[in-house]
Write a protein that binds this ligand. Structure first.
Ligand code: GLP
Length: 243
């Protein structure tokens, strides 16, 4: 696993954007696996700037997102479809018809069937990831077993706690989500994790350790042959990480 320590969040976002830019320029028709959360926002901003000012072309790029809350329409401002439009798709020349975020409303089983069908026929060139405070990837919460494919998860209380900052109250945070499984994530050709949050110290520490720990799904990244983690110097110092 490659670790990039950036001097601050701006540099972390720019270094992560460099990795995506290289792929988009070399393989302009590939599929990007995308993620939500506050960590990738700076990278999305930088990619939007490069699209507008430097001609980075997303017109033939496809995308598929990691996860979506169950119960939120794509028009809800906390849905991940809304997040992606607002933070990236509305600012680059991607064809929204080529972007896929699983449906959060309607028949969950049917939505999962569709999500799995999309994933089965997609070769994700690079999967962007964040990490939850409890080490979750996408919404794959810690547990004794992990799912291979897309499935529904009951969110851990720590996840609801962490994500309540975006909602009017804790009660408004959805309790369930649909997410790619660990198998889907591990089958991506490359993984790119950006960590910027202040609640991710414990998970990041475990990630830098030499153990694969189901109590911290993010540690599965260590088994991937092309995984990169970008973190800030501040976080590296906090967890005592030395390159
Ligand atoms: C949510 C998402 C995760 C994301 C996590 C971390 O729980 N489902 O995919 O990694 O948030 O978010 P942040 O980047 O805001 O710390």
């Amino acid at each position: 696993m490659k670790v990039i320590v950036a001097k601050d969040y701006a540099e972390a976002s720019s270094k992560a954007a460099d990795i995506i830019e290289k792929i988009v320029r070399e393989e302009p028709e590939c599929t990007l696996g995308l993620a939500t959360g506050s960590s990738p926002v700076g990278m999305y901003k930088e990619l939007s700037r490069r699209c507008k000012e430097e001609g980075l072309d997303f017109s033939k790029i496809h995308s598929v997102n990691l996860d979506e809350y169950v119960g939120l329409e794509g028009t809800h401002d906390q849905s991940y479809r809304y997040f992606m439009n607002d933070n990236l798709f509305d600012h680059i020349n991607i064809d929204k018809a080529n972007t896929y975020v699983a449906k959060g409303v309607g028949d969950v089983e049917a939505n999962l069937k569709e999500f799995n069908e999309v994933l089965d026929k997609t070769d994700i060139r690079i999967q962007v990831l964040g990490v939850g405070p409890d080490g979750h990837l996408g919404f794959n919460e810690p547990g004794d077993t992990m799912y291979d494919g897309a499935h529904e998860e009951v969110l851990d209380d720590s996840t609801i706690e962490a994500n309540k900052r975006f909602f009017a109250s804790k009660e408004d945070v959805p309790t369930h989500a649909v997410t790619m499984g660990m198998g889907n994530i591990m089958r991506a050709q490359a993984l790119l994790m950006i960590i910027s949050g202040d609640k991710q110290e414990a998970a990041t520490k475990l990630l830098m350790d030499d153990k694969i720990d189901p109590k911290c799904p993010a540690t599965f990244m260590r088994m991937h042959r092309d995984a990169t983690v970008v973190l800030t110097q501040e976080l590296a110092d906090q967890i005592g990480y030395k390159a």
